[in-house]
Design a protein around this ligand. Structure first.
Ligand code: G3H
Ligand code: 13P
Ligand code: ZN
Length: 359
């Protein structure tokens, strides 16, 4: 069984200078699409489940499914990660259900709507990191609140995100505070805020440095060269998928995502985990619409789902190749959680190893 922790995977990515897309899953079809893509290009995989996904599929189904994926593709290391854990209970129950990694998102209070005070974020993240490391699991923290630099609003499109207006000091991670946060919490990876937001409606125009602050990533990487950085809200919202959706009865207003070349720039500056959900949703639902329009008499779900899986697999493979993930699965021998726990206990894993050759 090739389950891997986020920490081991991102240490490898840092050593070799690549990034790993973290794709959200809610069901078997999404998971199969990602695995087909990974197997086709020898990429290690991060599958992440939000609280919503855990509620939708159920913890037992997710766990058994990921075990089955690992058995089906023994050569592909799989990290199962809790996306946007809102409190200790969410993170601990995830680990109990076989997740090898959790995100403790203390940038917001547990309601996932109210921006949290810095001290709260430090304390809850440190607590989760300490507990997770006892059993060898990894922890991602977040500093700064995701949201648009154009509108000052968090993105509530997918049901979570800050409410009300935020100023730039909240929407952009403070590099000096990032140093303090990493030192105090012992996180394995740090999610930063740089103007990206969840969902399809990120930017009203192709983003430039005014609204997508890649310079913040560069400065944080300069100060914390050995910390694995995470970009959330990193769907590119491809124009061709917007077109297919709108040509087949959809009504998506014109929108812009994070260009792949900006993510690649981030990877050159310490970004190791790149969160992508919306692009996969769009790739699948564009196919549903296309097939429903082309063949209105069709009603077999497989006739919709198989092409949708193929479309999502193509998108995932493109990201694996663009981020340099492809070709690395066979180079990694996943350590079991117990082995990782021993490494934390011996002090070997804190902070992130200075052998990292991140650009
Ligand atoms: O965190 C954002 C992801 O897109 C997950 O969204 O909560 O609708 O599953 P979700
Ligand atoms: P997108 O909505 O841009 O795909 O972001 C997903 C994400 O950040 C999940 O945590
Ligand atoms: Zn996110």
């Amino acid at each position: 069984m090739a389950l891997i922790t986020l920490r081991q995977l991102l240490d490898h990515a840092a050593e070799r200078g690549y990034g790993v897309p973290a794709f959200n899953i809610n069901n078997m079809e999404q998971a199969l699409a990602i695995m087909e893509a990974a197997a086709a290009c020898d990429a290690p995989v991060i599958l992440q489940a939000s609280r919503g996904a855990r509620g939708y599929a159920g913890d037992l189904m997710l766990r058994r499914m990921v075990e089955a994926l690992a058995e089906t593709w023994p050569g592909i290391p799989i990290c199962l990660h809790q996306d946007h854990g809102n409190d200790e209970a969410t993170c601990m129950t995830a680990i109990r259900h076989g997740f090898t990694s959790v995100m403790m998102d203390g940038s917001l209070m547990a309601d996932m709507k109210t921006p949290a005070p810095y001290d709260y974020n430090v304390q809850i993240t440190e607590r989760v990191a300490r507990m997770a490391h006892w059993v060898g699991a990894s922890v991602e923290g977040e500093l700064g609140v995701l949201g648009s630099l154009e509108t000052g609003e968090g993105e509530a499109e997918d049901g979570h995100g800050a409410e009300g207006k935020l100023d730039h000091s909240q929407l952009l991670t403070d590099p000096a505070q990032a140093e303090d946060f990493v030192a105090k919490t012992g996180v394995d990876a740090l999610a930063i805020a740089c103007g990206t937001s969840h969902g399809a409606y990120k930017f009203s125009r192709r983003p430039d440095g005014e609204i997508l602050a890649m310079s913040v990533i560069e400065e944080i990487h300069r100060r914390l060269p050995n910390t694995h950085l995470v970009m959330h809200g990193s769907s590119s919202v491809p124009q061709e998928l917007q077109n297919i959706i709108n040509e087949n009865g959809g009504q998506m207003p014109q929108t812009f995502g994070v260009p792949v070349e900006e993510i690649v720039r981030g990877i050159r500056h310490g970004v190791r985990k790149v969160n992508i959900d919306t692009d996969c949703r769009m790739a699948m639902s564009a196919e549903f619409r296309r097939i429903a329009t082309k063949n209105p008499r069709e009603f077999d779900p497989r006739k919709f789902l198989k092409p949708a899986m193929d479309a999502m697999a193509r998108l995932c493979r493109e990201r694996f190749e663009a981020f340099g993930t492809a070709g690395n699965a066979h180079r990694i021998s996943p350590l079991p959680l117990d082995g990782m726990a021993k490494r934390y206990a011996s002090g070997a894993l804190a902070p992130v190893p200075s052998t990292s050759k991140a650009a």
